[in-house]
Design a protein around this ligand. Structure first.
Ligand code: ADP
Length: 327
């Protein structure tokens, strides 16, 4: 017999991503629709450990679908990494009678949920909220589309000024372990080169290509670098290019945290709504300790312990397209 869920908690954890609010709204309203009591847990696992938990109503999530950030706030919680911290968290949930959890976050948050539900009998369902899109078992994550569009908008503006001065711009986008923001924004803005953590950067090849373009007087160049590229971030790349190609006027622009903020795109609102709805159905149907993803536009459920291990591979074909289109 599957455990019947009656009171659920929802939290946002780890790195924030635009669209988390839309997901919270969907969880709260679907839960209430099904007659559940829904509790908001503040600042991720910190709220669970510190008992910062409050009852939510349908109207608690009014007017948030369009807002970036997360009304529940988020955090990284060291205490939850310890058995004592998780015991405290369990005690707090138990006091309120919370018997199911929806965790909106990245692979770290899923790891936490998996550990917690192995130790205590509280079913968890994850929703992939991360701008990096680096979780296997889903084609998209909540926040990626908004972040990449923010990057595209910014890079387009940089191109205008690069063009006015015939400059080479090295633009650093977010992605410590994953190059999806760099890859998508780089292709969409016509970058000459895209440097990502999933691939070894051949800096000699980058210089060779730039030197060849210099000969052809193609002076406006954009290189998009993910912050976690193996060669280093934009500053490192700029340093070596300046040394090796002194004729190039090189500038660096680090986009930084603007990629995390802003009103979520239509796409992120849609997937957040669908996934949030689906997470509550999972808890009710006894599909526990999974995270909800979307594959080929259909809901897809991956056990939490598998979601944390895999990383998506970036197709070589994409890299070939970059090279051909930027020539
Ligand atoms: P993200 O979810 O964005 O990947 P983190 O990796 O920082 O973010 O994880 C968020 C939080 O999840 C951590 O601060 C910690 O509280 C919890 N967490 C991560 N890994 C574990 C684990 N192995 N056991 C318990 N909690 C964990």
């Amino acid at each position: 017999m599957k455990k019947t869920v009656t009171k659920i908690g929802v939290l946002t954890s780890g790195g924030d991503a635009p669209g988390m609010n839309a997901a919270v709204r969907a969880v709260v309203r679907t839960g209430i629709y099904h007659g559940l009591e829904v509790f908001g847990i503040m600042r991720g696992y910190t709220g669970m450990v510190e008992n910062d938990i409050f009852k939510m109503e349908g109207r608690s999530v009014a007017n948030i679908i369009q807002r970036g950030g997360t009304i529940l706030k988020t955090s990284r919680c060291k205490e939850f990494l310890t058995p004592e911290g998780r015991k405290k968290a369990y005690g707090n949930l138990k006091k309120l009678g919370i018997d199911g959890l929806v965790i909106i976050g990245g692979d770290g948050s899923f790891r936490g949920a998996q550990t917690f539900s192995n130790e205590y009998d509280i079913p968890c369902v994850g929703l992939p909220g991360t701008i990096d899109k680096d979780i296997a078992g889903t084609d998209f994550t909540i926040g990626f589309d908004t972040a990449v569009n923010t990057a595209v908008e910014a890079i387009d503006k940089i191109r205008d000024t690069a063009d006015a001065h015939d400059r080479l711009f090295i633009i650093e986008v977010m992605g410590r372990d994953a190059g999806y923001i760099a890859l998508h924004s780089g292709i969409a803005t016509g970058a000459e080169n895209i440097l990502i953590p999933e691939r070894k950067t051949d800096i000699e090849e980058v210089i060779k290509q730039l030197a060849e373009k210099e000969r052809r007087h193609k002076l406006v160049n954009l290189i998009v670098v993910a912050e976690g590229d193996d060669f280093g971030g934009a500053d490192e790349v700029a340093k070596i290019i300046t040394q090796r190609l002194p004729m190039q006027e090189v500038r660096v622009c680090i986009l930084g945290h603007i990629q995390r903020g802003g009103s979520p795109s239509c796409f992120d609102r849609l997937i957040a709504s669908r996934m949030g709805y689906s997470a509550v159905e999972c808890l009710l149907e006894g599909r526990h300790n999974v995270f909800v993803g979307m594959v080929n536009n259909r809901m897809h459920y991956t056990p939490l312990n598998e979601a944390v291990k895999k990383k998506q591979r970036i197709s070589e074909e994409w890299m070939k397209i970059v090279k051909i289109l930027a020539s």
